[in-house]
Design a protein around this ligand. Sequence first.
Ligand code: SF4
Length: 457
Amino acid sequence: MDKFKEECGIFGIFGHPEASTLTQLGLFALQHRGQEACGIVSSDGRDLHQFRSQGLVADVLGEEILRRLVGSAAIGHTRYSTTGRNTIKEVQPFSATCQHGDIAVCHNGNLPFAEARRRELELEGAIFSSTSDTETILHGIARTRADNAIDAIEKVLKETEGAYSLLFLTPEALVAVRDPRGFRPLVLGKQGESWCVASETCAFDLIDAEYVREVEPGEMLVIDENGIESRFPFEKKQHAVCTFEHVYFSRPDSTIFGRSVNESRHKMGKQLAVEHPVDADIIVPVPDSGVAAAIGYAAESGINFRQAIIRNHYVGRTFIEPSQSIRSFGVRLKLNPIKDLINGRRVVLVDDSIVRGTTSKKIVQMVREAGATEVHMRISCPPTAHSCYYGVDTPHRNDLIASRMTTDEVREYIGADSLGYLSLEGMLEAINIGSESSCTACWTGKYPTLIANGKAA
Ligand code: SF4
């Protein structure tokens, strides 16, 4: 599907006899944040134990593996890659042994200056085992003089720019850190007497853990057998939480940045109906991410909601396009219309975003072929016209249709009768985080940081 892609999900737990099993479940709930590879590192209080593999959590983190991941603390990672190649060497958590002992790390985000730092380290003779930006953090810790691993982590991150929600595991402690701008989400929970951390609260629901609060931007939590300690060691920065998490990346059953994702999407849909009303017979979501906004649009407009496009959730990556030309191959693997509901009706399609426009074009065509008399496309965020540098896989700017075409040109390209995007103000009001605390760079081009070329792109 033609979407921005979140790169990673992270989960960690300290002080539970089944730490690796609960981490496997947490990662399973976070599978939507990365489907290429996953891994867990556990601690038995003396040593770290590691397993990493390409593949889905349910396929590769089986009983036999979990039995080997002994100990009462663990961190885990599920990955979609942009930084680094897709090989086993890139799969996190990474671990190393250095002057501060054994240490493992997993990361959700992006470090724009890591490549330059890596070149410097390589010239000094450093050996890397992956191409990932995250590994530069381990090198930094290994080279830092400090009394212990925790202080070394703190020192290195004080000099690290970028977007990061990070989990570290040493034999004695779990450390959770969110960068001072708070780009990517990280939440704190409690399972009985055990503390846990995760990218999203949906991971807590599965293991019966209670959501306690956000890990604050700029906060470093140190969890060990003495309990939990909160530090704010970094220079304060204007917060810039990723608005797109509420538009698309996060699961609707999660609470992130202190807000329900489902509620945000529902409100976006309602506001979309206020801003772009249309005479129609049915509101149809593009599944699954368009559902909550479509329900909101239907509620505000009074037009019937119909789940008239069905998604096949079991599509793998191994299909080969038939050599004969089958026009709808690709999108039809995933989506199929219910003709009875669509035939003869004026349809409003609600989706969360248009990236290249290629999938939207196929969906509009599919709905027309199912007999729709009119097809109106409504998008629950503004036109995405800029790339992301903060841990999200986005196409080059030139490939984003909204960066080259006006809204009417996009409408013509996708073949819709009308096209309406939610306004920036409408989106921010629906999410209600506060515009000054939100990153909106992929819509506005106003990047909250310098990016790798040293410019505020
Ligand atoms: Fe999120 Fe967009 Fe900002 Fe990237 S540029 S962090 S996707 S809001």
